[in-house]
Design a protein. Structure first.
Length: 294
């Protein structure tokens, strides 16, 4: 497949359904043919180029079976266009706008969005080096008596010049934030944060710790700052306010994974991002076909 840097080049690389199927088949069977039902490595291809049958269990399947595409009747080319748009738009793309580009209903576009986002799950490898940590709140206006209890908390951790990890957490308490840090950040790491009291316990856990007193309008102290993670929050809020307007608590982590995925691939060529996404979808395993609800 030729390299593509623009939407026109992308459409030329995948001119029809057959080209999309051939590409996804290479992804799906990259390590050899296998049955999604019993994992047997010998399959038969029907002459229609759409169906397959396992030599062992004799069950039929399609190129989509056992992937995030499931058994959807949505054309492969429509899926590819949706992947391209969702991975290349810095502020994301709403299901309404995606529907108009792909030629499907808003309901179908939302279904496609959520399936693709499911492939953006963040790595479990622990962050290393110098890691900046910070939290932000999501949610509308709140009454003073409620404080921030009705808002959703996001915790962000980013390597200086490297990967980012963002997770939705129930609160900003010590019992929540410290275990999250230990889960995602390697002990031999220098953590930089604001002056929140919860972080003062980091040295006892073996981490080096540097902090900035934002309460006193300090933003940089030598090499200590949280500017990188705060830049990500600015990008995330543009996605939130400018495109999606609202993110349900039920599906919040998928939206977070989407923005983190684009950020972690910010210097990658478009073709590399597309290949990574389709490979994830092909190797993702079967998702329940029950109706997704907002």
């Amino acid at each position: 497949m030729n390299n593509f840097k623009t939407l026109a080049q992308f459409m030329a690389a995948f001119p029809d359904e057959a080209a999309c199927r051939a590409y996804f088949e290479r992804m799906r069977f990259a390590k050899g043919d296998y049955c999604p039902h019993c994992k047997h490595n010998q399959i038969m291809r029907f002459s229609d180029g759409i169906r397959y049958r396992c030599h062992k269990c004799r069950k039929d399947f399609t190129i989509k079976t056992g992937t995030l595409f499931g058994e959807s009747k949505i054309p492969m080319r429509s899926w590819f266009i949706a992947i391209y748009l969702l991975t290349t738009r810095k502020k994301g793309i709403s299901s309404i706008e995606l529907a108009s580009h792909v030629g499907v209903t808003q309901k179908t576009a939302w279904f496609m969005d959520m399936r693709i986002r499911a492939s953006f799950k963040q790595s479990k490898a622990k962050l290393l080096g110098v890691v900046e940590v910070d939290e932000t709140y999501l949610g509308g206006k709140h009454k003073r008596k409620d404080g921030f209890r009705k808002k959703q908390v996001l915790m962000g951790m980013t390597e200086r010049g490297g990967r980012i990890r963002v997770v939705a957490v129930p609160d900003r308490g010590t019992e929540t934030l410290l275990p999250t840090i230990r889960k995602h950040i390697h002990p031999k790491t220098k953590i930089m944060s604001d002056e929140a009291r919860v972080y003062s316990k980091l040295p006892k856990l073996g981490y080096q710790w540097g902090y900035i007193k934002h309460g006193k309008k300090h933003w940089v102290r030598g090499t200590v700052s949280t500017n990188s993670i705060e830049s990500f929050w600015a990008l995330f809020k543009r996605n939130y306010h400018g495109t999606y307007h609202s993110m349900s608590k039920k599906h919040l982590q998928r939206y977070v994974d989407e923005v983190a995925f684009r950020f972690n691939h910010r210097t990658s060529p478009m073709q590399t991002i597309f290949e990574d996404t389709t490979r994830r979808i092909a190797k993702s395993g079967k998702m329940p076909l029950r109706k997704l609800t907002a």
